[in-house]
Structure formats: C-alpha cells, structure tokens
Design a protein around this ligand. Structure first.
Ligand SMILES: Nc1nc2c(c(=O)[nH]1)N[C@H]1C(S)=C(S)[C@@H](COP(=O)(O)O)O[C@H]1N2
Ligand SMILES: [Mo]
Length: 521
C-alpha cells in the first residue's frame, strides 16, 4: 500500500475512438491512392475478395440464400464493423502500450499487403495504396493517442503541466473529427473515381455493336402467362440476377482485351475484340440458371444474347484426340470446366458480347463472356473471359469444383410458382396461379399443379420461345376461402417428370417440388 492516491486513469473511449478513426483513415487513403493502380490494390477490396475465396462453401451458400444479391454489401458492412472493432481494441491497447500497438498495426498492414498480393493480376506496385494508407493511419493513431492522454492525464500529479482539460478535450475532438472527414472524403472520392474515371465504362457507353448475321427469331405472341404479378419473359439487364466472386467488378478496356485459345489443340491463337466483332455473330434467346438457386428461387434470368459460336473458335483451334474439356478463365481468376462435346455440338454456345441489344453490362462480363445452353453458370458462363484451354477433366479442375461442387453441371428440370407469393391472400372465386419452368435444350412439355393434396391438374402453358428459354404457365382455380397449399411439377419433352426428391444445391443443383402456402378470402 502506498500513501499516494491511485492516479486517475485516462478515460477509455478517446483511445478506442483514436483507433477506429485511424483505421478509417488507413482504408480511406488506400482507397483514393488505389485509383492509380489495379482495383484489387485497394486493401478493402483485396481482403473482401480473399475472404470470399477462403469462405467455406456452406457459408457462401448460406449468404446467398439469406441475403441474395445483397450478399456483397452485407460482407463489406460486416468487414467494416470487424475492422472498426479491431482498431478500437488497438487504440485501447495504445493507451498503455503504444509500442506494442504500433507493432501490431505494422503486422496488420503486412497482412493487408499479403491480401493484395494474393489477388490475380496484382504486383508489388499495387502495395503502394496499402503502404500509404498504413503510414497515414499510424501517424493519425500516434497523434490522436497523444492528444487523448493530454485530454485526461494518466498520471495526474496534481500540478497541471499540460493544457486545461477543456482545451485539451476540444483539441482532441477537432483532430479526431477532421481525420474522420478526411477519411470519409478520400473513401468516397476513391470509390467514385474508380467507378467513373475508367476507360471500360466510357468505351462501353460509346460502343455500337454490329448487327447479327443470324438474328434470333422474333418472340411468338403469348410467351407471357396471363396471371397478374408474373415476372417479365425477358429479364431486363438491370434486373438480371448477378452471381460471381468479384467484389469489385473487373473493368476491362476492350482495346486491350484478348482471348487466348490454347492447350490440346493443333493451332493456338489469340483473338482481339475488333477481330471478334468482325466475325459472323449470332443471336440467341437463352435462360441462364445458377446452381445455387434453391427450389422456387429466382437465380435465373432470360435474355437475348449476341455472340460468336464457340464451336467455330474450336473448329479453328482443332482439338486433339483425348481432350474432353474446355477450361475457361476470367480476368479475375475465376474458372469453369465445360465438356468439349457441349461446346462443339449444334447448341448455341456463344462467346457473347451483347445482352438484350446492348453491350454486356460490366457486371455481366463486359466486354466478353460465355453463355452455354443447358449448363449451370458455374461450369459454363464465364464472365470477363480471357482464356480458353482445351484440356481434360482428368488433368484440370475449375474454381467451384475445387470447392466441393460437381465438375459437370447440367441444369436440372425445374419449375416454380411465381404467383401467389408465399402467404399472399387472393380474392375468393377465381384465383390465378402462375409460374415458370425450364429444361434448357430439351423444352417444357407440360406443367402440372396440385392444390391441397388433390389431383395433379394440367396448367395452361404460355407460348414457347425456344427450347433454351424458360416457359411460363398459369392455372385458373376456383378457390374456396381458407388456407391452401399449391405444388408444381414439370414434364420435359423427353418425358422426364420433375422429381419430388429433395436435393440441396450442393454439389450439382437443387431438386424437389416448389410449394407455396396462401390464403383465399
Ligand atoms: N468471372 C466469373 N464468371 C462467372 C462467375 C464468377 O464468379 N466469375 N460466376 C458464374 C456463375 S456461378 C453464374 S450462375 C453466372 C451468373 O451470370 P450473371 O451474373 O450474368 O447472371 O456467371 C458465371 N460466371
Ligand atoms: Mo451460379
């Protein structure tokens, strides 16, 4: 026991706040500097992308299930929260152990740098944003922590050596506030600049695609089912589902784009964007479907695609005997394994440049992607595609196959009820159910509906555009008031009846009948 009173400890929150503000400055400064480098040079983007790559498949599926296409926003926000908490803890540590805190900050900066270097297409120069951000963050942390100490001296000795507490307090608040503003402005500026000041965006806006040598047949009348509330037959580009591993959308200037075709072929070659546009392009209607789509889900979309048949590219390359797969790789390191036979038969597998009469939207693969009738996107629809390697399933495997998904992914026969939505209330006397069914490359022959465990009854099919597109259906039903359950199943043109057997999305797509509960009043 000493006779002296315990020194009055400094209050804690200013130290926690110092840590959080310094971290915000780190990411803000790095973000604005990263405009000068590749998109993955932003530590925020790099860490998020690395996180997506190491996330176990079940967690990713869970995130897609629960958050749908908001999954990336949720990821960014959660990362931000975790980063602020860690930073606040470091600030608290700096209160007593500034050297230890500084060393830990340095270690974190090294980890951020490692995340940047782990991204496809980044080099040592791409470390600069992280280095600049870390330097700014450290300076801010040390400065703020010093001010926080003055604000409430740790070892109050009785004689006031420093400034009066009110003055010190005001200085700290002003410094922390200004740092926060600088952090926010550089973060917002960095995001805005990288979005706008970009050749890809400008070029896409100015691009006029050539017409198709072979145009898609006009849609027959009546492709949309007569049921209020149905989704449109053609999915507008802005509403088309988006699934990919890219946290920041790759921005590829078409003038630098090249596709390399190589591997087990007689003739390797590369193709430029201009060369591609000079070819005889074709149009096709095609419904894309994601393997992660749960029964009744909406990870499917239908569009008119413009592109060059991959079959023709492969004919020029001349695959060697023994080859049975084409591994397509994107500019950001995603890959898909597509059976060679699927790309050489007569289906419209395209190296696509256009979607619904426009150049591909950036997030749907600008300037060039693949679309392949009959296969889930993860084994066929490579966006931002830059490389086709003719190879063998025995020798190479693709991104999702390495993460537990099947190496082949033919789309399963599926149907869903779009209206009513679950637990919706319909008016009594003449309810209309409606939905969508698909069996790409084969076609839908029948859709049947069962209400409340009654007989399976035929639904009315809307007109068929092509066997590669989804087909809408409707079902008029004289509903008694009360709670009801409707179930749907489809039969394709091969006579296959959609199975009732429930399968999870992993490893090769969900199956089972979609059912909806609703009420009639
Ligand atoms: N480069 C790249 N291409 C990709 C993916 C990806 O993660 N990266 N995801 C694939 C998957 S799983 C699907 S379902 C489709 C989705 O295409 P969309 O986003 O245009 O709807 O893209 C495929 N192409
Ligand atoms: Mo997918």
């Amino acid at each position: 026991m000493s006779g002296h009173p315990e020194p009055r400890p400094a209050r804690r929150w200013p130290f926690a706040a110092s840590g959080a503000v310094a971290a915000a400055l780190l990411f803000g400064v790095a973000e604005i500097v990263s405009v000068l480098f590749s998109p993955a040079s932003s530590p925020l983007v790099a860490v998020g992308a690395a996180f997506i790559d190491v996330t176990p498949a079940w967690l990713k599926d869970f995130a897609i299930d629960v958050f749908g296409t908001a999954d990336k926003l949720v990821l960014l926000v959660s990362m931000g929260v975790v980063a602020l908490l860690v930073a606040a803890a470091l600030g608290l540590l700096a209160r007593r152990r500034q050297v230890t805190a500084t060393v830990l900050c340095g270690a974190i900066a090294v980890l951020l740098g490692a995340a940047v270097l782990s991204r496809a297409g980044t080099g040592v120069a791409d470390l600069l944003p992280t280095v600049a951000g870390a330097a700014a963050g450290l300076v801010a942390l040390n400065g703020l922590v010093r001010l926080a100490r003055r604000r409430a001296p740790d070892h109050a000795s009785g004689e006031a050596a420093g400034p009066r507490p009110e003055t010190a307090r005001r200085t700290f608040l002003i410094a922390a506030g200004l740092t926060t503003v600088v952090a926010a402005v550089s973060m917002a500026g960095g995001r805005a600049l990288s979005a706008a000041g970009n050749a890809a965006v400008a070029t896409r806006d100015a691009l006029r695609l050539p017409g198709a040598r072979r145009t898609a047949a006009a849609l027959p009348g009546g492709v949309e089912a007569v049921a209020p509330g149905m989704p449109p037959f053609v999915t507008p580009n802005g509403e088309f589902y988006r699934i990919d591993t890219a946290l920041s959308v790759p921005r590829i200037d078409p003038s630098t784009w090249e596709l390399r075709v190589h591997g087990l072929v007689e003739e390797e070659f590369t193709l430029s964007f201009t060369e591609l546009l000079e070819k005889d392009l074709e149009e096709t209607w095609l419904t894309l479907t994601c393997v992660s789509n749960p029964v009744g889900g909406d990870l499917a979309g239908n569009a008119k695609w413009l592109g060059y048949p991959i079959r023709e590219l492969l004919a020029r390359a001349r695959p060697q005997g023994g080859a049975d797969m084409v591994l397509s790789t994107s500019a950001d390191g995603f890959s898909a394994s597509t059976p060679l036979e699927v790309l050489t038969d007569d289906r419209a597998a395209l190296l696509a440049v256009g979607m619904n009469g426009e150049p591909l939207p950036l997030e749907h693969g600008f300037p060039v992607r693949m679309v392949v009738p009959g296969l889930y996107g993860y084994v066929s629809a490579t966006k931002w595609v830059v490389d086709l390697e003719v190879t063998r399933f025995a020798d190479k495997s693709a991104y999702w196959t390495q993460r537990g998904w099947s190496e082949r992914g033919p789309i399963k026969l599926a149907s869903r009820i779009d209206v009513p939505r679950g637990f919706e209330t319909l008016p009594a006397g003449g309810a209309v159910l409606g939905g969508t069914a698909w069996s790409q490359t084969i076609g839908i022959d029948r859709v049947q509906v069962q209400v409340d465990d009654g007989e399976w009854q035929d639904a009315t099919l809307a007109a068929e555009a092509t066997v590669d597109t989804w087909r809408q259906w409707s079902f008029d039903w004289d509903g008694e008031p009360g709670d009801h359950t409707a179930r749907v199943r489809a039969v394709n043109r091969d006579g296959e009846v959609q199975t009732s057997e429930r399968a999870d999305t992993v490893p090769d797509g969900a199956s089972g009948w979609h059912q909806v509960r609703f009420r009639v009043e």
